[in-house]
Design a protein. Structure first.
Length: 215
């Protein structure tokens, strides 16, 4: 390897790290709602379940700078020369999917959680090309949305790529059944990258969280 190649690689690594830190800081300070100690906890999805924190990643994903930076870093993790169409899981995966498709110079479809109730009663929007479909969503948690997309595509005998991508992998490592079989999850962050509750945030930054207004 020449000195010029080493210099180029070093610069690329520095740029990657700077963009990664930008994304991490945006999520840390703007996308996690933390309940104050002794405050009223947030109602959960399941009955009688409450949360002391909640991720609201779309507070960042609707910022073009954020979503295109995230897409750029995610695409850099894919195998070179991958020839795919993007399949964005509705609704949260659509902004990221469009950014990924733009960077990869490919097209995108969106995949619904359930069939449209009028018109063509379709499950997807956009035009399918026949290329393997690389699934994109904002968060991999239970991965039910992603799994539903795989089932939908499989029902129509549409090929699914060997990789799928999210910004945040929230899946607990011990719950291997939540992953999509033998497919590779490409992601940028896990919950361990952030101070998820109020106390941890105060300890890390020596100030209270400020989530900002919501409506």
């Amino acid at each position: 390897m020449t000195d010029e190649q080493l210099y180029t690689d070093s610069n690329q690594e520095i740029m990657y790290d700077m963009k990664y830190e930008y994304l991490r800081n945006e999520i840390e300070h703007n996308a996690v709602y933390r309940v104050e100690p002794n405050g009223r906890k947030l109602p959960g999805k399941a009955p009688n379940v409450t949360y002391s924190w909640q991720m609201y990643l779309r507070r960042c994903m609707f910022d073009p700078k954020f979503v295109f930076t995230a897409a750029e870093l995610l695409v850099s993790k894919l195998p070179r020369g991958l020839d795919v169409q993007i399949g964005a899981c509705e609704d949260a995966g659509v902004p990221l999917g469009l950014a990924v498709a733009t960077i990869m110079s490919t097209t995108m479809i969106s995949i619904k959680k359930s069939r449209k109730v009028y018109g063509l009663l379709n499950f997807t929007e956009g035009r399918v090309t026949g290329k393997p479909i690389l699934l994109v969503d904002d968060v991999a948690g239970s991965q039910n949305t992603l799994r539903s997309a795989v089932y939908t595509l499989g029902a129509f005998k549409l090929p699914v790529a060997d990789q799928y991508m999210t910004i945040l992998n929230k899946t607990q490592g011990t719950h291997k059944q939540n992953y999509l079989g033998d497919k590779e999850l490409i992601s940028l962050f896990t919950c361990e990258d952030f101070a998820m509750n109020w106390t941890a945030y105060v300890k890390k930054f020596n100030r209270d969280p400020d989530f900002g207004s919501y409506y």
